[in-house]
Ligand binder design. Structure first.
Ligand SMILES: [Zn+2]
Length: 361
């Protein structure tokens, strides 16, 4: 039975139990979503980039969409914003006229799930005769929406004062394990959960034969890593996720080739791009960690400009995620990792010794 592919389907009502855990869902993200909904999408164009074999990247507004098409049908990773659904469907239809079978969500942010409802309704779940017989026509009415279970947990709770994401846009098949695998269009597709990175529900999608990985917001080319703390993100988890992408990618010796990387935002990339991004993120984290060890305050760390040399590339001082916000979230985490504040010793050397041993208590 196809539904069993991703483990027992976790019914939405069962999730009400877990919802209390998800309290604190990001006001920041939700308000961004509202702002984006007011944005005018009329002039947005969906650019189709052929990545390799049956895999394409759609660049419109919001997160990039990945389309994988073949004889079995179409699998879509992330769906941008709701008002773009028709444009996304038109782009998919220009690639393939086969049914849309699956949507995979890399995480729960509004700019990656907006088209879930419309695109899922335009598609249909891959189902055999028996399943149709058992479940009725509804079994094939929509494409399945697959995500880590934390995505469903977060979506099923509206952040205070924010509109609820409609249930029709929620994942229909969730998994709680580290990795889910399926075979589709003759290739192995791996959906790999990376815990506590950008959020607590991030997945990479690896198309093994095509040698393409779709990262969601675990990698972008346009901004510093966005650590969505309110939704379970952490800097160390983010660096782990970048290393996990690099475990998958293999560079090529020739000019073109090697594993292609579709980022959550920005341009089509390869292993070298991810290495640079991982190194930048690690360097900034380690600088701030060292400043915290020295007992510097947040204001002092900000004044030391630990991102200075990377700001021309990734700094968006007036954007949604500024260098200062990036620094602040790392500072907070490094401070917490260090343990409760201790009396400031006069001699720095003994302070360092004490910290390595005692760990704060
Ligand atoms: Zn995101």
């Amino acid at each position: 039975m196809h539904i069993g592919r991703f483990g027992p389907p976790r019914k939405i009502r069962a999730l009400a139990v877990g919802c209390a855990i998800a309290v604190g869902a990001a006001g920041a993200v939700a308000s961004r979503a509202v702002a984006q909904q007011q944005q005018n999408f009329d002039n947005v164009q969906e650019d189709i980039v052929h990545v390799r074999d049956g895999v394409y990247m759609l660049v419109g507004a919001g997160g990039n969409t990945t389309v994988m098409a073949g004889d079995d049908g179409v699998l879509v990773v992330d769906t941008q914003f709701a008002p773009l659904s028709t444009k996304i469907l038109n782009a998919i239809r220009s690639i393939s006229d086969k049914p849309i079978r699956y949507i995979v969500n890399t995480h729960m942010h509004a700019d990656h799930i907006g088209g879930n409802e419309a695109i899922s309704k335009a598609g249909r779940t891959r189902a055999g005769g028996n399943v149709v017989g058992d479940l009725g026509a509804a079994a094939t009415a929509t494409a399945a929406i697959i995500a880590h279970e934390n995505v469903l947990l977060r979506l099923s709770m509206a952040a205070p004062g924010q509109p609820q994401v409609p249930a029709a846009a929620w994942p229909t098949e969730t998994f709680a394990t580290r990795k889910q695998e399926m075979r589709f269009n003759g290739e192995a597709v791996q959906i790999i959960h990376e815990p506590h990175a950008h959020t607590d529900g991030d997945s990479l999608v690896f198309f093994r034969r095509s040698d393409v990985v779709s990262t969601g917001d675990l990698f972008t080319t346009v901004m510093y890593p966005y650590i969505d703390e309110a939704n379970g993100g952490t800097i160390n988890g983010y660096i782990d996720a970048l290393n996990a992408i690099l475990d998958i990618t293999i560079a090529s010796n020739v000019n073109e080739g090697g594993t292609m990387v579709i980022p959550g935002h920005g341009r089509l990339s390869d292993e070298q791009d991810v290495i640079e991004y991982r190194d930048m993120t690690t360097i900034v984290r380690d600088r701030i960690k060292e400043y915290v060890k020295r007992g510097m305050t947040l204001e002092q760390v900000k004044a030391a400009r630990p991102t200075l040399d990377f700001d021309p590339r990734y700094g968006t001082p007036n954007g949604f995620w500024t260098p200062a916000q990036f620094v602040e979230v790392i500072y907070k985490e490094m401070k917490e990792a260090q343990g409760p504040a201790r009396p400031q010793p006069k001699n720095q050397k003994s302070s360092r010794k004490g910290q390595t041993k005692g760990g704060g208590q």
